[in-house]
Design a protein around this ligand. Structure first.
Ligand SMILES: C[S@@+](CC[C@H](N)C(=O)[O-])C[C@H]1O[C@@H](n2cnc3c(N)ncnc32)[C@H](O)[C@@H]1O
Length: 231
């Protein structure tokens, strides 16, 4: 599945607010699909300094065709929604670890916590300046997801009632199934998986792994980012 490119999928303003100008710097887009971030940066991210990795072969192939000076790397890891044929054993791709700015947008809203934590730990082993990773929390995005699924499929389990919930994690599968608070999900295949986290819980989990995270809410504030500065 290739993530769409249209006016509602332009994330560059969020990237710019968190990282500022990145001309001449290397950028690693984890789960970056076909390179929408690079496209919407309109040259502010240099094509030759951009590396993207994704589990979706079609996305990576499309990115390679469009941006021949960048590095697009497919890695065939299983994902509950995007890559049912992938391996559950293969953890990370082979990439150049000299990456100044590391970005992952809406990737861990489609995985379990275990994968989220392991990947962020791997990213902190890079030679980086700043990492920014988006996630979903128990806010208006629950209403947005509920309305979207109801409009598209006619029905949806009531996830909007969990707005401001004190739960730690909510996994929402397809239209009808919810699992709370498990760290690790079984490798079952779904058309749709959205994961919501309690922000303080996430901070605590990363702190237990020796990583201090800041949580920022750029622009409209609905999508929080976990931000790590290399000190
Ligand atoms: C909602 S799309 C967002 C795409 C892109 N980040 C953007 O903002 O345009 C989620 C992307 O994450 C990718 N993905 C999911 N799990 C992944 C993983 N473990 N490693 C790399 N990419 C992953 C999917 O294939 C998909 O392209």
């Amino acid at each position: 599945m290739v993530h769409p490119r249209n006016s509602s999928t332009n994330r560059y303003p969020l990237f710019k607010e968190i990282f500022g100008e990145v001309k001449g710097q290397t950028v690693f887009d984890f789960g970056g699909g076909s390179g929408n971030l690079l496209y919407f940066s309109e040259g502010n991210i240099e094509e030759s300094k951009y590396t993207c990795t994704d589990v979706s072969r079609d996305s990576v192939n499309q990115g390679k065709l469009e941006f021949s000076k960048s590095s697009f790397i497919q890695f065939n890891r299983f994902n509950w929604m995007y890559n049912h044929e992938g391996s559950t054993q293969l953890e990370f791709p082979e990439v150049d670890k000299n990456q100044d700015y590391i970005w992952a947008y809406s990737v861990f809203s489609h995985t379990d916590l275990d994968e989220f934590v392991k990947t962020v730990l791997w990213l902190t082993s890079f030679n980086f300046k700043k990492i920014a990773v988006s996630f979903l929390t128990f806010n208006e995005m629950l209403i947005w997801a509920y309305n979207k699924r109801t409009n598209e499929y006619g029905n949806c389990v009531d996830i909007k009632k969990y707005i401001n919930s004190k739960r730690n994690i909510l996994y929402f599968f397809d239209n009808d199934k919810i699992i709370f608070d498990d760290f690790k999900l079984p490798f079952t295949r779904h058309k749709y998986l959205l994961t919501f986290y309690n922000e303080n819980f996430l901070k605590e989990i990363f702190w237990q792994h020796g990583i201090e995270i800041n949580i920022l809410h750029p622009r409209d504030g609905f999508i929080p980012f976990l931000v790590i500065n290399n000190v």
